[in-house]
Design a binder for this molecule. Structure first.
Ligand SMILES: Nc1ncnc2c1ncn2[C@@H]1O[C@H](C[S@+](CC[C@H]([NH3+])C(=O)[O-])CC(=O)[O-])[C@@H](O)[C@H]1O
Ligand SMILES: O=C(O)C(=O)Cc1ccccc1
Length: 247
């Protein structure tokens, strides 16, 4: 894993460009996500444990918006069902290239890992194979809001009985006081992880046009509208949460 620290927003940028998953972000991504998303390491590790409970023999396990493949690596280590394969999908060429390198490194360190395919492509254009596990770890929030229901409906159609969608997202809150409190506490988390006020402010303006969080209520209603039968939150740390949605 690259150990390069995230200083992408440390200098005044004048006009802050919209956030993009480009080569600069790829270089610092492991550090950036760990210092920016409270609970991220816990979510990734437990996602493997959860997935192992839902995986069905001879099915696909998807990691949608796989970035550098942290979730894919957890799936490959934890799932022991016969004949499962992991399909990781990301539309950032820079992410996909580095992800493939990390997975090759994982292959050389562990035996009996699930086979994996990394696809460079848009998850909105993906033809889903029958799947028992679909993980979207902080990816739906980057999909245009008007496309989210259709995507979740297609995931629901691909999911087999006994399977699950595991959906992690940054949340917003309808109650203004709750929203302000958890947003302030997230800023405190970033500060405690060494980000300056300038870094925090510039990152906020970089992501505000490209990342649109929903509330827990919106997620639940949309998942039910997409045909899921049950939505169970299993983790929340400040304004970041992860849900299990059952077909
Ligand atoms: N339409 C799309 N199609 C495919 N990929 C997309 C699309 N839109 C965005 N992405 C990809 O979704 C990923 C979101 S990061 C996921 C972290 C990872 N899951 C992790 O657990 O480490 C979340 C974050 O950085 O907050 C990026 O790699 C984008 O290129
Ligand atoms: O940094 C933030 O404030 C976030 O909300 C999370 C995040 C993490 C990594 C890339 C983009 C957004």
């Amino acid at each position: 894993m690259s150990k390069e620290p995230d200083r992408l927003f440390a200098q005044p940028l004048g006009q802050v460009p919209d956030f993009a998953f480009n080569e600069d972000v790829v270089r610092v991504f492991p550090d950036m996500i760990k210092r920016s998303v409270p609970g991220y390491p816990t979510i990734v590790e437990n996602l493997g444990v959860l997935a192992a409970q839902f995986a069905q023999p001879h099915t696909a396990l998807y990691d949608l918006g796989s970035s550098l493949g942290a979730v894919t690596q957890a799936l490959r280590r934890h799932v022991r069902q016969d004949g499962c394969r992991v399909i990781a999908v990301d539309n950032s060429a820079a992410m996909v290239e580095r992800c493939r390198q990390y997975l090759t490194a994982q292959d050389s360190m562990f035996q009996e890992l699930l086979p994996v395919e990394v696809i460079e492509g848009d998850i909105l254009a993906l033809e889903f194979q029958p799947a028992s596990v679909v993980a979207m770890n902080f990816t739906l929030q980057f999909i245009a809001p008007e496309q989210r229901l259709a995507l979740l409906s297609r995931i629901r159609q691909a999911l087999l009985p006994g399977g699950a969608l595991i959906l992690s997202e940054k949340l917003r809150f309808n109650d203004p006081q709750e929203h302000a409190l958890l947003t302030d506490l997230h800023v405190a988390f970033k500060r405690a992880n060494g980000y300056s006020e300038l870094e925090i402010a510039q990152k906020r303006s970089a992501i505000e046009n490209v990342m649109k969080p929903d509330s827990l209520e919106e997620h639940r209603e949309r998942l039910l509208a997409a045909g899921f039968s049950k939505v169970v939150p299993w983790f929340q740390c400040l304004n970041f949460a992860s849900l299990i949605a059952l077909p």
